[in-house]
Design a protein around this ligand. Structure first.
Ligand code: CTP
Length: 414
């Protein structure tokens, strides 16, 4: 996932996090996690159980965070000798990564036998949320006792991140792997974003399309898909259920986003059209090819030695956005178009409001933005134009999501 940040200080700037480690091999990932969180601007206070210290040393975590690591409830360094109280009073969240099966069991029972479970119990729940990143063997994870405990800690207000499926340290394969450090960082960043689209469903198209000439050649464009992927991520961070229909791009899927890969404009339309009525918002960021070769050769077109070039003829592609915007009102999501122009952005974007039949067109300078991590946007609507000055695509996507959330009519019953 990209590390673009909304604020110059990072997406976690000003956040103070307690990073708790309970016992598990995944403790090795906690070192990188501490760094990732700090890279986004958070301050990180590490608290470790005795078992965690068997897997990674407090010295490592202290050196990485620049703060004395707390490993005991009998830590008398603070004048009031109450580390279990002090640690969470200034914290914006407690993240336990790894959270072992035993640790989750302790939480479920409200036990407080050592510093980490003690501080979780003693934290001010209404303003210091608890996030858990489970890490354990797949049999331990799927055991009814663990599942019962996880359900209980969720019911008590904890947020459970993961676990992922995959290779395990024990050599087995299955559910129970702790999420990777960058994934946990992104989860934390998302956790703190305002949930402006909670309960909404958002459909996004992104990237170029690929229009085949023959089995090995085709016509495409320079769209990287970054803006659309940023919109999908920002919508997911805002609490929406997001479906991303992507043309051929080399980008990782944002966490929590359902992705459908397509090639041509017609494939994009075929993927989008049946999904559109089940979504509240449709954001068309894709740079859909306007034309495709009229005929696709069944075999590779060969040179015949005469110097003659193939005569390609083109036909117009369907307009994905305009097709969705023409759906009957009861099936039509709130549509947002993008306009990639090479000059006079506002005029062209305004013309597209009418030609596409949508309430909002986002204008930008195409050649200046393709492939870059930053952009500048113009939100063009019938009655106003709003400038979003140059910033990272993710920062702009979050502003766009806020704008969409503010304009969205009340939810449709589907
Ligand atoms: N779009 C689409 N399907 C197409 C063409 C465009 O869904 N076949 C969408 C794009 O995703 C974007 C908007 O329509 O949201 C504007 O696309 P753009 O290519 O800038 O405009 P065009 O309609 O193609 O007009 P022109 O090429 O003349 O600028």
């Amino acid at each position: 996932m990209s590390t673009e940040s909304e604020t110059p200080g990072g997406d976690l700037a000003g956040r103070h996090l307690v990073l708790g480690l309970s016992g598990g091999v995944a403790c090795y990932k906690a070192a990188e996690l501490a760094r990732e969180l700090q890279r986004e601007g958070a301050t990180v206070q590490v608290v470790m159980t005795e078992a965690a210290a068997q897997f990674i040393t407090p010295a490592t975590m202290q050196a990485l965070t620049g703060r004395p690591v707390v490993t005991s409830q009998w830590d008398l360094r603070a004048p009031n000798a109450m580390p279990h109280i002090n640690l969470t009073r200034e914290a914006d969240a407690v993240l336990v990564a790894p959270a072992s099966a035993d640790f989750i069991a302790q939480l479920a029972q409200g036990r407080a036998g050592e510093i980490l479970s003690l501080l979780c119990l003693a934290r001010p729940r209404e303003r210091c949320p608890l996030l858990l990143a489970p890490a354990m063997n797949r049999e331990m994870w799927s055991h009814p006792a663990t599942q019962r405990n996880v359900a209980q800690v969720r019911a008590d207000g904890a947020t459970v991140l993961g676990p992922a499926a995959g290779d395990q340290a024990c050599g087995e394969v299955g559910d129970g792997r702790m999420l990777e450090a960058p994934e946990l960082r992104d989860e934390l960043v998302a956790f703190f974003q305002p949930k402006r689209l909670a309960g909404r469903r958002v459909l996004v198209t992104a990237g170029p399309t690929f229009e085949a000439i023959d089995p090995v050649r085709g016509i495409t464009n320079r769209s990287s898909g970054k803006m659309g992927f940023a919109v999908a991520r920002a919508a997911a961070e805002a609490g929406a259920a997001v479906t991303l229909v992507a043309g051929p791009v080399a980008l990782p899927t944002p966490r929590g986003v359902a992705r459908i890969d397509v090639g041509s404009a017609r494939e994009m339309l075929a993927a989008v059209l049946p999904l559109a009525p089940a979504h509240d918002v449709f954001v068309a960021t894709a740079a859909v090819a306007d034309w495709r070769p009229a005929d696709v050769a069944a075999h590779k077109i060969k040179k015949d030695g005469s110097g003659a070039v193939p005569a390609l003829t083109f036909v117009e592609n369907p307009d994905v956005l305009a097709t969705v915007a023409r759906l009957p009102e009861a099936q039509r999501p709130w549509c947002v178009g993008f306009a990639a122009e090479s000059e006079d952005v506002e005029r062209h974007a305004r013309a597209k409001l009418a030609s596409k039949g949508v309430p909002l067109v986002v204008g930008n300078l195409g050649p200046a933005t393709f492939g870059r991590d930053d952009n500048a946007l113009l939100l063009v609507e019938a009655d106003r134009t709003t400038e979003l000055p140059r910033a990272s695509k993710l920062a702009l996507a979050r502003q766009l999501v806020a704008a969409i959330a503010g304009r969205l009519p009340p939810g449709r019953a589907t």
